[in-house]
Structure formats: structure tokens, C-alpha cells
Design a protein around this ligand. Structure first.
Ligand code: ZN
Length: 413
């Protein structure tokens, strides 16, 4: 009988939770594979419009996933047919998938209630803020601060994990969830905080890494967007600044002063890759800029953590020219990816953004490298390669975070 009442409770909670949310019932994710340059450039143009690309067009033969509503489905298929692009259906009903995810989260919460913070589940922004603040009071290694205040008034919370012995130590900065819907990213940042703080002094590797550098982590770099994915639209990517008219949001990771407004960023306020009216117009990007500048000369690594596609990438995204330090960047990417893959066999591709995905201008790591000389500036796309996409089930958080942290520890070494 207990099981039945729990089931009922979950069903009620899920219904309540869904009442005011964007309904994705019947939305499909289709997969197309460009085989000619004409098809590839067609997809790149399409991405600059108001279509929801789950993975970017990159090279010939590489699959591209696009979400489409039932009412626009036939229109998109006709467009694709005009350049002879055929498609397969990856997901026939995203609404169902979001429901499954919600149920898995609620079920885990019910099983875990009354216990400590659950690193194997997804959390709201207030819960994450509370965790960071609590960690700052319970761990002598941690202090919490707010590095910026968003358009909707949320503080962008950061944990500084430091042995406190020197203000001249190297700094490694990790930012998660600049893109709101990529939930496995903040889950990974939180896991890292827990590992660093609970294993310092007992785990030789973690002790050495914290003795060497201060670890600065913003688990949710775009809190307005992230909160919106919980309350209203699970698939929201950008921040929540109004653009005039009906469309909201700037993509903070197209808003940095690094090839701003160039290829792979859109001038259309309704697009998911809208770069904003001017560089650093978003609080999310400018807060990160100010943080890096405040630690000038100390920042040795800046890592931007996203999902999904299983990629470890270096500058540049804004141009196809390789950075002057590419040999060293590539060497360390190889070491990091080897350590990541050695954990569970998860395969990652690696290389500069322009060759690995495609041109994407205005990104954070181009800026940290070019403007601030941060040599180990990387952007990661974590699991998976499209089986679950953004709705990675809670049971896969731990393996995802563990392998990623192993890669990052190898990088830091
Ligand atoms: Zn992203």
C-alpha cells in the first residue's frame, strides 16, 4: 500500500508541476546528416533562425538534431526536402521524455528526503544556492560569494575552494550552466565541490591539486535561465533579458568580446544563439569577465562546462585559424580525455571549436584565452551523444560527473 500512495503522490506532484509549463507533447527531435556543402550551409543558416538545434551542424557526415513542434513539422520537412535532406526521428515525443525525467527526479527526492544533499539528482537554483552557502559555513576550505546580479535579480553564486595559504596561488575557474537547459553541467560542478571539500587531506591527488591552486566554481552561471527551465520551459537555453517584441533572452556564450557578432551567432532576438545588442551586454558574461580580470595573472585554467555531445574543445570558435598555443592546448586535451575515457570508456572527441563543431563566435573561452591569456581555456560538452540529450536521467549523473572530474584533475596536473 505504501508503494501505491507514493505513486499517487508522485502523479499529483507531477501534474501540479506541469500546470504552468511549456507543453512539448508531440514535439519531435529529428536527425539529419548533411552530405554536401550545400546541405551543411543550409543547416547553418537554419540554425540562425528560430529553430531549436540540439546539436550543431559541424562537418559533412556528422548528425544534427533539431526539435520541432507538431504544427511546424511538415514545414520543416519540406524545407529540408528542398535541399534533398532526409531525416530520421530521434524522439517522437519530447513531452513524454520531460515527464519521465520529472518523475525520476521526484521519485529520487522522495527516496532521499531528510538526508544530506543528493549529488545524484537535479536541483533548483535556490537549493543550489543553499548548498553552496551551507558548504561555506561547514567547510573551512570554502567561501561563497556573488559575482554578479542578473536581470531578474538573482545573485550568481560562486564557491571559492582554497586552502587559504596564499593570495598569489594559481586560480582555476569552472563555470557550469551558462546554457540553462544543460542540467548535467551544474550537477557536475556540484559533484566537484563535494569531492574537493570532502577529500582534501585524505586523497593525495585532491590534496595536491588544492595545495597547488584555488578552485573557483560557479555551478549555475545563468541562474535566470536555469530557474526558468524548472518553472516554465525545460528546454530554455539563454538568459531572460527582453529583446523587445515577443522574444526573450541572449545567449551569454555568444556575448563575449571575442569575434562578437561573427559566424555561429545570431542577430535575431528569437534565435537560441542570439548574441545580444553588444558584447558583454549580459550580466552572465560580464560577471565572468570581471571575475577573470579581478584575478589577473593568476588564472591558469578557465573551463566552460556544457552538455551534450561528448567533446573537449579549445579556442578558437570565432575563427578557423589555430591559436599560437594550440600544440600545448592539444597536448593537455589529449591527457584529459584519456583520463576521462579511462574511467568508464566514454569516448570524447577533442580539438579546437571551429573544427570540432563549427564556427561559434563570442564564446567565453576565446575571450579568456585572447584577452586574458588563459592558456588552458576549454569548453566541454558532457554526455551523451543524443540518446537522452538534455534529459540525462539522474542515475547517469554520478558516472558523468566522475569521468569529467577525472579529466579535469588530469588537466590540472
Ligand atoms: Zn551549452
Amino acid at each position: 500500500m505504501v508503494a501505491v500512495s507514493l505513486k499517487k503522490k508522485i502523479a499529483i506532484l507531477a501534474t501540479l508541476a506541469n500546470a504552468t509549463k511549456v507543453d512539448y507533447t508531440g514535439h519531435k527531435v529529428i536527425r539529419v546528416v548533411p552530405k554536401t556543402e550545400v546541405q551543411l550551409s543550409f543547416l547553418l543558416k537554419l540554425q540562425e533562425q528560430a529553430y531549436d538545434f540540439w546539436s550543431s551542424p559541424s562537418t559533412l557526415g556528422a548528425p544534427v538534431d533539431i526539435r520541432i513542434s507538431p504544427s511546424r513539422y511538415q514545414f520543416l520537412i519540406n524545407l529540408l526536402n528542398s535541399v534533398s535532406l532526409s531525416h530520421t526521428i530521434r524522439f517522437s515525443d519530447i513531452g513524454k521524455q520531460i515527464e519521465d525525467e520529472e518523475r525520476a527526479i521526484i521519485l529520487r527526492r522522495a527516496m532521499h528526503s531528510g538526508r544530506a544533499f543528493d549529488f545524484e539528482n537535479y536541483h533548483t537554483y535556490p537549493e543550489i544556492e543553499a548548498y553552496v552557502n551551507e558548504l561555506a559555513t561547514t567547510s573551512p576550505l570554502v567561501s561563497s560569494s556573488v559575482i554578479g546580479t542578473t536581470y531578474e535579480g538573482r545573485g550568481i553564486i560562486m564557491a571559492t575552494i582554497s586552502t587559504g595559504s596564499s593570495a598569489t596561488k594559481p586560480v582555476m575557474y569552472f563555470e557550469c550552466a551558462m546554457h540553462a537547459r544543460e542540467w548535467a553541467a551544474p550537477a557536475t560542478c556540484l559533484f566537484m565541490m563535494n569531492e574537493l571539500t570532502t577529500k582534501y587531506g585524505t586523497d593525495a591527488e585532491i590534496t595536491a591539486l588544492l595545495d597547488y591552486a584555488d578552485w573557483l566554481i560557479t555551478p549555475v552561471s545563468n541562474p535566470d535561465g536555469y530557474d526558468y527551465t524548472w518553472t516554465t520551459d525545460r528546454l530554455w537555453r539563454k538568459n531572460r533579458t527582453p529583446n523587445g517584441g515577443l522574444c526573450y533572452g541572449t545567449d551569454p556564450n555568444r556575448n563575449f568580446d571575442a569575434g562578437f557578432g561573427g559566424p555561429g551567432a545570431s542577430a535575431n532576438g528569437c534565435s537560441d544563439t542570439f548574441h545580444g545588442p553588444y558584447a558583454f551586454s549580459t550580466e552572465e558574461a560580464s560577471a565572468m569577465r570581471d571575475l577573470i580580470i579581478a584575478n589577473k595573472g593568476r588564472v591558469v585554467a578557465a573551463v566552460s562546462i556544457h552538455t551534450y555531445s561528448q567533446l573537449w574543445m579549445s579556442p578558437y570558435g570565432s575563427q578557423s585559424t589555430l591559436p599560437a598555443d594550440y600544440t600545448e592546448m592539444y597536448r593537455v586535451m589529449g591527457i584529459s580525455v584519456n583520463a576521462l575515457t579511462a574511467t568508464y570508456g566514454t569516448v570524447f572527441q577533442y580539438g579546437n571549436i571551429a573544427d570540432t563543431i563549427y564556427l561559434a563566435s563570442g564564446g567565453s573561452i576565446d575571450w579568456t584565452y585572447d584577452a586574458e591569456g588563459v592558456l588552458y581555456s576549454y569548453a566541454l560538452e558532457l554526455r551523451d551523444t543524443g540518446l537522452y540529450g538534455f534529459e540525462l536521467p539522474p542515475r547517469l549523473i554520478l558516472p558523468t560527473a566522475t569521468e569529467t572530474f577525472n579529466g579535469l584533475k588530469a588537466m590540472a596536473k
